[in-house]
Design a protein around this ligand. Sequence first.
Ligand SMILES: Nc1nc2c(ncn2[C@@H]2O[C@H](COP(=O)(O)OP(=O)(O)OP(=O)(O)O)[C@@H](O)[C@H]2O)c(=O)[nH]1
Ligand SMILES: [Zn+2]
Length: 192
Amino acid sequence: MVNASVVRGAGIDLDAAEEAARRFLDALGVSMDSESLRGTPGRMARAYAELFTPRPFELTTFPNDEGYDELVLVRDIPLRSVCEHHLLPFTGTAHVGYLPGPRIVGLSKLARVVEHFACRPQVQERLTKQVADWLQEQLQPRGVGVVIQADHTCMTLRGAQSPGAHTITSTLLGTLREDARSRAEFLSLAKP
Ligand SMILES: Nc1nc2c(ncn2[C@@H]2O[C@H](COP(=O)(O)OP(=O)(O)OP(=O)(O)O)[C@@H](O)[C@H]2O)c(=O)[nH]1
Ligand SMILES: [Zn+2]
């Protein structure tokens, strides 16, 4: 079982987070007197707790009885995470593939691995590499490839204010990195 991993491992203190959110909003001059804003600090605390809590899952694998040795790729896995610099969301899609060895993986698990590493304050580069490294370690395939395309609201809605700017990151391991034909095939199929 891959457990929900919280930021510090010490668990989330929702009451303390709510109180901190209340002070944060107050410091920004936001009045919480109205009925609709009264519950906002609690909602903020619960919203971030949700964003930082991946659902636990089992990494189900099966013997590769047929000796399937071509690429397996799940494209367009929806992704949401939170940038660790501003704590603002970034959203996009992940394309996750591998070249099977002795075992194949349940396809849905590729989406669950993405969620697992996305549910914490992140940078896109680390997220991409963590997904690839974890699959390599757990599945011992001949190769792993991960491409992520995401839009960072800290960059589109504020700051540089560049709506429409997309960030693309990739990690290739094993044969998908070293063999030119496999690499080209993966990158053409996983094109954002
Ligand atoms: N490499 C990388 N940078 C990110 C990611 N998410 C956000 N950032 C960047 O983190 C940087 C933080 O830079 P700072 O200069 O400290 O922040 P800032 O003053 O708010 O900068 P601006 O966003 O340019 O207004 C910004 O350039 C963000 O675009 C990410 O996933 N990867
Ligand atoms: Zn940011």
